[in-house]
Design a binder for this molecule. Structure first.
Ligand code: HEM
Length: 183
């Protein structure tokens, strides 16, 4: 398993395999998760730490072979730490109605809108999805993005396009933590 902890503030003792990134928080929208000017850390490890927001990388649930082949071929990799690298953490919780939908109903939202809406952006925007629902978290997902600062407008355009899709009627909370990737 690959676990993640997003930790605002003090980091507990880390396991030897931990991969740590450090960020300056620039802006927080819709939550008091952390404050602008403070430090956020992302710890990825085979061990789940009891700190901060917790997530885990899972298998894909709603992606066809054709979609996956296309996305994998074109998706950009993580950006290097730099004053020019923006990282955005969007923890997300979906409604009880979403979780009551059948698998094919949920999948239809991705095939019809989410995946084709996001697909044109994958060369510009790095994305990583962590699941949190069954880790005792207040969120179902921790979505994480990186892009060059100059692409902020492009990212905001993607957010607006996704928020206009029928899937977003099931989104109950999605605060935004805007950061600069320092290390
Ligand atoms: C950069 C372009 C994007 C692409 C190509 C993309 C594509 C996808 C795909 C293919 C999945 C399904 C994964 C699976 O099979 O389990 C997914 C899931 C998800 N994406 Fe995106 N996405 C993009 C941007 C975003 C953005 C900007 C957000 C948040 C505002 C977001 C939030 C999510 C969430 C929360 C899930 C999991 C939803 C669930 O399982 O119910 N995505 N995305």
């Amino acid at each position: 398993m690959l676990y993640v902890n997003f930790i605002a503030g003090e980091v507990p003792p880390l396991p030897p395999d931990a991969r740590v990134n450090r960020y300056k928080v620039d802006a927080v929208v819709g939550s008091d998760l952390c404050r602008p000017g403070t430090t956020m850390q992302r710890v990825e490890s085979g061990a789940l730490l009891d700190a901060g927001l917790r997530g885990v990388v899972q298998h894909l649930h709603y992606t066809t072979l054709e979609e996956r082949t296309d996305l994998t071929a074109r998706s950009r990799t993580e950006l290097p730490p730099s004053a020019d690298t923006t990282a955005v953490l969007i923890p997300m919780r979906k409604t009880a109605e979403w979780w009551q939908l059948a698998q094919d109903q949920r999948g239809a939202h991705f095939h019809a809108a989410h995946t084709p809406t996001g697909a044109p952006y994958v060369e510009t925007i790095f994305r990583k999805l962590y699941h949190a629902r069954y880790l005792g978290s207040p969120y179902d997902f921790l979505t994480y993005f990186e892009f060059a600062r100059a692409s902020e407008g492009t990212f905001r355009e993607l957010l607006a396009a996704l928020r206009a899709t029928p899937e977003w009627a099931y989104v109950e909370a999605e605060p935004e933590v805007w950061m600069t990737k320092l290390t």
